[in-house]
Design a protein around this ligand. Sequence first.
Ligand SMILES: [Mg+2]
Length: 397
Amino acid sequence: MSQRLIMHIDLDAFFASIEQRDHPEYQGRPLVVGAEPGKRGVVATCSYEARRYGVHSAMPISEAFRRLPPETIYLRPDIARYGEVSRRIMTALEAISPLVEKVSVDEAFLDISGMERLIGPPERIGHRAKAVIHEAVGLTASVGIGPNRLIAKLASDYQKPDGLTLVMADQVEAFLDPQPLTVLRGLGAKSAPLLQRLGLRTVGDVRRLSLQELRQQLGVLAGTKIHEQAHGIASDRVHSDSERKSISKETTFGRDITDQDLLRDTLRWAAQEVGYIARQEGRTGNTVTLKIRFRGFETHTRSRTLATPTAADLEIFQQAWGLYRAEDWQGRPVRLIGLGIGGWESEASQGARQGDLFDGMRSGPDPKQDRIYETLDAISDKFGRRSLRLGVRRRKE
Ligand SMILES: [Mg+2]
């Protein structure tokens, strides 16, 4: 039996924890990393002390400000510095398994199948991963281990912060059954309300329906997908970063958002994070994708192919924002927004564009711009400066 074992790692309150680690005077206090109070924008991450007031990621900063006490610390995100911490975490995790897939700055999947022989039982592997991260960067993470990606991810979310949740194959259904339907992927605009109308509220409720019933209700494709997940069946493949097809970042709001400035700022941050990771991995892509979900799960993606590949925050943001503006979506309540970059340029043509191979023949984007980002990332890595980001800080209007 080749039972696969997948581990999902999710750092706890990542941005906020880095700030509290680096500034002991912030420890034990509510802290928000995100937009400036008094301006538009959202909370990127907040400390657990702030969460006690009901504040969470993607909450409008004005609402967070209303809830939080005066001693709260508000900081602007410094993606490059957080990215450097992220890089150290990912490198440290390679001591656990050679197969590490970074899914965002603070999340990774590891294939730990067969590692029992080297490290010990799954629980010990989980503890080892937490210890390795703590040694490398002094932060806590929540770890989930399960037979596939879906279960591992839900498990890491199960006990936060500093959690370790193990769900073995024979425990999957008991683990899934009480969870709300929202944990299932691919519930479309019509499926979610439909299931609710049928009186189904938990994964267990859905699991009690037959495949045939679900297909009748939701259609063959969605019905099959939901049936599989309700039975704990999902992908158990972990892709190393070299196989990564795209880099993306999405934000789910706590409530539906119509404020255009807020949506724009959220996309700006996403572009910063995505651009930073792409540059760290030495990638440029020619496809920018916008993902948006409206009230009631109605989800759309739009892509644009660029004439010249990019990894520049500003370019990625402008393309994604352009995709949004090109639709008749203004004023519609948004639940989730995100963007991604993919369509990687091969190393050879990248080299050519940068003039390594055919100096003087380059036709790509301004190489000066590449160098600007290189310099900015290097400076931010070194000094953690907040101010040195292009096209990210909002100008006073
Ligand atoms: Mg996290």
